[in-house]
Design a protein around this ligand. Structure first.
Ligand code: NAD
Ligand code: IPM
Ligand code: MN
Length: 334
């Protein structure tokens, strides 16, 4: 298997090497194809991505990515959004599960929960149809039948593999594009015999905090899925614990939900588990289920042992966590 490895920017450089170490420790045979894209490259060369970088990615089986800094500057295009659109990685799958060990984080949910946000990943407000002028700026939100149908199908399939509970999240009371998304999702759910309900996104944010245990699969549009993802990461305890998969028909990209975390980058304290669990999602996608289970077992073990980075109230460094995981896996495989 050939994996394009993009460390990206900031903590991307710190969390991707541990994820690669873990893939090697579980015995995955893979060729690493390093690809440099992102803000660091832009500062160094004036371009965030070269013309052939996408071809290199297309030539690999999948991509493992750390995080890419995107400045809030209208002249700068998000490289990550560009990659997602170009490779048609239409389904952003983000699982959120409560930890079953005590952690010292600002928020701990009262009851265990386990839900997945299935976020449309190629259109909506992140579709790139925008303009900015002297006195006004416009971002066009297009929602198509094709993209809504395929994301609803991905979500319905996941729902059927789990508790058969799909929640369609929208703002159809005020947005026509959401009415359209809602209707397409309902048709797909009915056609697939999936039990569904629906929620307005504002109420959804409220209810996710109050009762995350009520939810199984959430399907939603691009921006709403982005925002609800970080909210959900706070329910889990840290962005440093939350992985994601960006899946298309041909290509797939695995990355933590978090960004380049400039506030902690370079200090060796970033939690590598989100990146490592993203590598686990890659193993599942590659149907390496035993290896994926081994990764999860190792993650559970180091957390139970209290080997935790500062975001979880611990004192371990990024490398302490990585070494503990690799050591545990090596012992098990002896
Ligand atoms: P962020 O996700 O980088 O950080 C938010 C908070 O979470 C920070 O306090 C940070 O320290 C903490 N955090 C993030 N990852 C962590 C980890 N592994 N361990 C411990 N704590 C962690 O969000 P931001 O600060 O708003 O964004 C920084 C940059 O990242 C921006 O340029 C943004 O565009 C970019 N970004 C990129 C991606 C991506 O490439 N996938 C995702 C989100 C944001
Ligand atoms: C994420 C990030 C990206 C997004 C940004 C950096 C383009 O926030 O992966 O959640 O909005 O999708
Ligand atoms: Mn985000």
């Amino acid at each position: 298997m050939k994996v394009a490895v993009i460390e990206g920017d900031g903590v991307g450089h710190e969390v991707i090497p541990p994820a690669v170490n873990v893939l090697q420790a579980v015995g995955l045979e893979f060729e690493i194809v390093p690809v440099e894209v992102g803000y660091g490259k832009w500062e160094r060369t004036g371009r965030a991505m070269d013309d052939n970088d996408l071809d290199v990615m297309r030539d690999c089986d999948c991509i493992l990515l750390g995080a890419i800094t995107t400045p809030s500057d209208p002249n700068y295009q998000s490289v990550l959004l560009h990659i997602r659109r170009e490779l048609d990685l239409y389904a952003n799958v983000r699982p959120f599960r409560s930890l079953n060990i005590p952690v010292d984080t600002p928020y701990v949910a009262k009851e265990p929960f386990d839900f997945i946000i299935v976020r449309e990943n190629t259109e909506g407000l992140y579709g790139g149809k925008e303009e900015i002028g002297e006195d006004r700026a416009t971002s066009i939100r297009t929602i198509t039948r094709k993209c809504s149908e395929r994301i609803a199908r991905t979500a319905s399939k996941l729902a059927k593999e789990r508790k058969n509970r799909l929640t369609i999240v929208h703002k159809a009371n005020v947005l026509k594009s959401c009415s359209f998304f809602r209707e397409v999702c309902i048709n797909v759910a009915q056609g697939e015999d999936v039990q569904y309900d629906e929620a307005l996104v504002d109420a959804m944010a409220y209810n996710l905090i109050l009762a995350p245990q009520k939810y199984d699969i959430l399907v939603t549009t691009n921006l709403f899925g982005d925002i609800l993802s970080d909210l959900s990461a706070a329910l889990v305890g840290s962005l440093g614990l939350c992985p994601s998969a960006n899946i298309g028909e041909k290509y797939a990209l695995f990355e933590p939900v978090h960004g380049s975390a400039p506030d902690i980058a370079g200090r060796g304290i970033a939690n590598p588990l989100a990146a490592i669990l993203s590598a686990k999602m890659m193993l599942e996608w590659a149907e390496e289920h035993e290896k994926a289970k081994l990764v999860q077992q190792a993650v559970d073990h180091v957390l139970e042992k209290g080997i935790k980075t500062t975001d979880l109230g611990g004192h371990a460094s990024t490398n302490d966590v990585s070494d503990a995981l690799v050591g545990y896996i090596a012992n098990l495989r002896k």
